[in-house]
Design a protein around this ligand. Structure first.
Ligand SMILES: Cc1cc2nc3c(=O)[nH]c(=O)nc-3n(C[C@H](O)[C@H](O)[C@H](O)COP(=O)(O)OP(=O)(O)OC[C@H]3O[C@@H](n4cnc5c(N)ncnc54)[C@H](O)[C@@H]3O)c2cc1C
Length: 121
């Protein structure tokens, strides 16, 4: 499992003040999606609690952690509404979850196509 050090946490504090968490209880809520993983598969996944969660509010703020995580070699897992229920949002490598809950706007409605942010319900 990838551990974050104090330098990483300071980066999160500087770039996502009030919109990141390393709190164990809050992080545990990101350790599952709406489905329940079958007991026979669960042991293969190991620890699915992320090391931290960030909540961007704009495209620029999505790009920021990607560039940083690439340079620090920290895996990121995007999370929409976590409704896929097949475990795609489970952070199996102790990573940072990028939670899109604050990006939930309709961007454009054109003909029969609606463009939306990833966190929309
Ligand atoms: C009851 C039920 C019925 C369904 N019926 C259908 C159906 O008829 N047809 C169908 O196609 N699907 C169906 N689905 C699946 C549905 O497509 C998923 O629930 C939905 O796509 C997941 O969206 P989400 O935002 O909740 O993503 P999540 O569940 O949060 O994530 C799904 C995957 O996408 C990734 N991801 C999330 N956000 C981003 C992002 N911004 N950028 C890149 N990757 C991202 C995640 O890491 C994960 O791997 C059904 C699901 C349920 C629970």
């Amino acid at each position: 499992m990838r551990k974050l050090d104090q330098k990483h946490i300071q980066w999160l504090e500087n770039n996502f003040p009030g919109r990141y968490t390393i709190d164990p209880r809050e992080r545990s809520m990101y350790s599952h999606d709406i489905g329940s993983i079958p007991a026979t598969i669960r042991p293969f996944l190991g620890n699915t609690t992320p090391s931290a969660v960030v909540q961007p509010v704009s495209e620029e703020e999505v790009q920021k952690p990607i560039k940083w995580a690439l340079s620090e070699r920290i895996p990121l897992v995007p999370r929409g509404k976590s409704t896929s229920s097949y475990g795609g949002v489970l952070p199996v490598k102790g990573v940072i979850v990028v939670d899109f809950c604050r990006m939930a706007e309709v961007i454009e409605v054109k003909d029969d196509t609606v463009t939306v942010h990833s966190g929309i319900s």
